[in-house]
Write a protein that binds this ligand. Structure first.
Ligand code: HEM
Length: 134
């Protein structure tokens, strides 16, 4: 049984949980809440979504086979790695950072949405009537 993709998602998820909760802890300690949306998205896209992806591939290892799940992993990861710094730059950066932030806020969320579209295809493929009979 190949659990490599599931393991990668689960390892990423706990790292994002640590970063997201660490940011929340810092926000609470300093009473600086400007970065709240970054905190919320790291926790929900990085921790919760990645953990769900990892758990899905764990219970359905056959769904992790082939190029599509690998593409799903990289698109989800790269999307979030562009999205979060861009959102932070938008909220916390000066005027000079806004152009780069706006570009990142076009590319990052598009990749993140694309990763969910890929996951929809993967889940439907793995849970369709043909898969249920196999
Ligand atoms: C150590 C753990 C955590 C700490 C210390 C923490 C702390 C905080 C703080 C200080 C805020 C801002 C509250 C305000 O604006 O008045 C916040 C907002 C929020 N947190 Fe957390 N949090 C933690 C974990 C999580 C987790 C695990 C999730 C989701 C899975 C989460 C989701 C959110 C959301 C959705 C908001 C609202 C963001 C917004 O209004 O823009 N947090 N958190």
């Amino acid at each position: 049984m190949d659990h490599r993709l599931s393991n990668r998602f689960l390892r990423l998820a706990v790292l994002f949980a640590l970063i997201g909760m660490g940011l929340g802890y810092w926000m609470g300690a300093t009473e600086q809440f400007t970065a709240s949306p970054v905190h919320a998205h790291i926790n929900l896209l990085g921790w919760v979504s990645m953990a769900l992806y990892g758990l899905f591939y764990r219970v359905q290892p056959s769904a992790a086979l082939g190029w599509l799940p690998q593409t799903h992993f990289w698109v989800a990861l790269i999307g979030l790695l562009i999205f979060m710094p861009a959102l932070a730059a938008k909220l916390l950066g000066g005027a000079g950072m806004q152009a780069a932030a706006n570009l990142g806020l076009m590319v990052g969320p598009t990749l993140t949405l694309l990763s969910m579209i890929l996951f929809v295809v993967i889940v439907f493929r793995a849970t369709g009537s043909r898969a249920a009979l196999a």
